[in-house]
Design a protein around this ligand. Structure first.
Ligand code: SAM
Length: 332
């Protein structure tokens, strides 16, 4: 038990530098990532949400040594990955988390709710992508004007908040109006006014339908975020499946991207190899033909030391001469 505690303590120490994020403090991160932190931790992940830990396991309860950890967290909740009906995590130790609470990521505040269901309100594995988008929006604003950002499958709008904090105008689209309400609350937590008058729009709509309508209206964006679920069914029963439909999604979105713009394509579909994912994306893009179209993969955040299940590809749409735009983005 002592060696487990010592190794866990070392894993926490390794992650300590991440708490001073590039833009500001961060108190939500992955504390332990299974075998990535040592074979003795295989099958065990721990996410820290501002001192409340979410322990995920499959078929086994959390290990008892967690009760001995010092300094102890405020609460430990248990998420059972094998359970088919994806239920909220259950209380395991410490104090009960009775209500939604706040976490801080790169100085931005987000609401987390352990009772809200299987997803707690923010996907920690997208932290670096949110920071990259924010950095890009800061640079764009300094260079020309506020960026217009389209966040599809927006969930609680964490990407939109990161962009808005950098002065961008945002459009957030999600099938779920409940998630968009949580998104507006995240804006308000950061003193950002979630209204069209302040440059922030929210649409409860199917992402593909939104893209078709936006194309007809001639809307254009400087940055687009595509981070869909691996599988979903819209209100009319229309199915979206990453491995079948991501290419067509890219084909709908790309024409709305301004020259000099960027588009993030991200998936946690584990059955897709990087090569297959790249081909899928390429199937939705025009042939490059020297126009400065680039695709660049981004790694997962450093605290996700285990299996690199999240694939993120940034597509950059060059200007006629795209060198300046590419240099700007590569400089991060
Ligand atoms: C995995 S979450 C997306 C996470 C989000 N990109 C983030 O970074 O927080 C999936 C979201 O996609 C939404 N969704 C699923 N199918 C959709 C569709 N066809 N059109 C728009 N949103 C959809 C769900 O309601 C859910 O909020």
């Amino acid at each position: 038990m002592d060696s487990l505690l010592a190794n866990f303590s070392a894993a926490r120490v390794r992650r300590a530098p991440l708490r001073a994020g590039a833009f500001g403090p961060t108190d939500a991160l992955r504390l332990l990532d299974g075998a990535g932190d040592g074979p003795e931790f295989t099958g065990l992940t721990i996410d820290d949400f501002a001192g409340r830990w979410l322990v995920s396991t499959k078929n086994l309860p959390p290990p008892d040594w967690l009760r001995q950890v010092a300094p102890a967290p405020r609460a430990i909740y248990w998420k059972r990955l094998e359970v088919k009906d994806k239920e909220p995590p259950q209380f395991w130790a410490g104090e009960r988390v009775a209500a939604p609470f706040e976490i801080v990521e790169n100085g931005l505040r987000f609401q987390v709710d352990f009772a809200a269901g299987y997803s707690q309100g923010i996907f920690l594995d997208q932290r670096d992508n949110r920071a990259a988008l924010r950095r890009w929006c800061v640079a764009t604003e300094q260079r020309e004007a506020p960026a217009a950002v389209l966040n599809l499958f927006a969930y609680t709008c964490a990407f939109s908040v990161a962009a808005a904090a950098a002065g961008a105008q945002t459009v957030s689209v999600d099938l779920s109006s409940v998630s968009l309400t949580r998104g507006r609350e995240n804006f308000q937590l950061n003193q950002l006014d979630p209204t069209p008058a302040s440059g922030h729009e929210f649409y409860a709509a199917d992402a593909r339908e939104f893209l078709r309508r936006a194309a007809k209206r001639g809307r254009r964006f400087d940055a687009i975020v595509l981070d869909p679920p691996t599988f979903s069914r819209d209100r009319d029963g229309k199915i979206f499946r990453v491995e079948r439909d991501f290419g067509a999604l890219v084909a709908l979105a790309f024409p709305l991207l301004r020259a000099g713009g960027i588009m993030l394509c991200s998936t946690n579909q584990r059955t897709l190899s990087p090569l297959t994912f790249d081909r899928l994306l390429a199937s939705g893009l025009p042939a490059d033909g020297g126009s400065g179209l680039r695709r660049r993969s981004a790694p997962m955040p450093a605290d996700f030391a285990g299996e690199p299940y999240l694939q993120s590809v940034w597509i950059e749409r060059g200007r006629t001469s795209d060198a300046d735009n590419y240099a700007l983005f590569a400089a991060r």
